[in-house]
Design a protein around this ligand. Structure first.
Ligand code: NAP
Length: 324
């Protein structure tokens, strides 16, 4: 008999067909008002879960005693209680690598958009204000030749470093748990203390995972260390930054601008003060959101899930589950 999985993220037809060859699929649209209730109904007897952006707490896991694997369509796994999954013998898989370059592109899009005021000035043109040549009030700041500070020199951090050094002639500083000799050799990057990076960088880009050590990593004290002309770009997770402190630093022009793809609360509320500030570019968590990359991520998650259910070790296993 086929194993049963609960799918809570839409998949393309080719991936649906592949899944259905191997497993019985119950589809739950968690975006619907009754989505959570439907998920609860579907969990008993499920062997696998595949989706993203769902906080899987113990009360949901209690409903799924036969669960073997949760295949997340994401690289970040901050939504999951990993010790709890491990304790229950449930494998957790993620989708690293396939989204690295696309997310680094998003980081650079935010660097360029904030420095060159792309969104603000494009709206200014659209609103009919372009009546004469621009003056200094509308000038942006250069990106090429500046210093990029990368906090979290992992896969995405390295992809940013490559763009910065090879494409924009930037000096690259980084702060990470471990020194990365390869990255230093390839891109001339230099490891720094967090304070040293904040004091020197023209652009500070966050690419750490969200965990107990990184939650609130950038607060009022850290923002106060940044240069007044510096720009903060967050493509990691909203909670890595103390959002009220950031709003204050942007409002008082303590720092020049912020490019934000991630927020403490997502979707971002229309009443967020961030949306009142002309020195903020806010995007709706689009780090990996291209057709090609989202398809590659979903395929990776399907591969992980099917391998786990076949009794094999999935390629991207996050937790070590005894007996696997
Ligand atoms: P990764 O390869 O694991 O890189 C993260 C790096 O952060 C690691 O290399 C690690 O450093 C470093 N790090 C961890 N804790 C740290 C700390 N306390 N201080 C300084 N550095 C620390 O992961 P990735 O694939 O690059 O992805 C990074 C994160 O980006 C994900 O976890 C996810 O939250 C986020 N993300 C967001 C989007 C989006 O849509 N905006 C898309 C993809 C990913 P060491 O190697 O030195 O230990």
């Amino acid at each position: 008999m086929k194993k049963r999985i609960v799918l809570y993220k839409r998949l393309s037809d080719d991936l649906m067909a592949r899944l259905r060859e191997q497993v019985e699929v119950t589809w739950v649209d968690t975006a619907q008002a009754d989505g959570l209730a439907r998920l609860r109904d579907a969990l008993p007897g499920a062997h696998g879960l595949l989706g993203a952006s769902l906080r899987l707490d113990a009360s949901l896991l209690d409903l799924a005693p036969t669960l073997e694997v949760v295949a997340s369509v994401s690289v970040g796994v901050d939504n999951y209680d990993i010790p709890e999954l491990t304790r229950r013998g449930v494998m957790l898989t993620n989708t690293p690598d396939v989204l690295t370059e696309t997310t680094a592109d998003t980081g650079f899009a935010l660097i360029l958009a904030t420095a060159r005021r792309v969104v603000e000035l494009a709206n200014w043109v659209r609103d009919g204000h372009w009546q004469a040549n621009l003056g200094p009030a509308h000038f942006g700041s250069d990106v090429h030749g500046k210093t990029l500070g990368i906090i979290g020199m992992g896969r995405i951090g390295e992809a940013l470093a490559r763009r910065a050094a090879a494409g924009f002639g930037m000096r690259v500083l980084y702060h990470s748990q471990r020194t990365k000799p390869d990255v230093e050799a390839r891109y001339g990057a230099r490891q720094c203390s967090l304070a040293g990076l904040l004091q020197q960088a023209d652009f500070v880009c966050l690419t750490v995972p969200l965990n107990a050590a990184t939650e609130g990593l950038i607060g009022a004290r850290e923002l106060a260390l940044m240069k007044p002309e510096a720009i903060l770009v967050n493509i990691s997770r909203g909670r890595v930054v103390d959002e009220p402190a950031l709003i204050e630093a942007l409002r008082t022009r303590r720092i020049r601008a912020a490019g934000l793809d991630v927020f403490v609360q997502e979707p971002l509320s229309q009443t967020s003060p961030l949306l009142q500030l002309d020195n903020v570019v806010a995007t709706p968590h689009i780090g990996s959101a291209t057709e090609e990359t989202r398809h590659a991520m979903a395929r990776c998650a399907v591969d992980n899930l099917l391998a786990a259910l076949a009794g094999e070790r999935p390629a991207h296993l996050v937790n070590e589950v005894r007996g696997r």
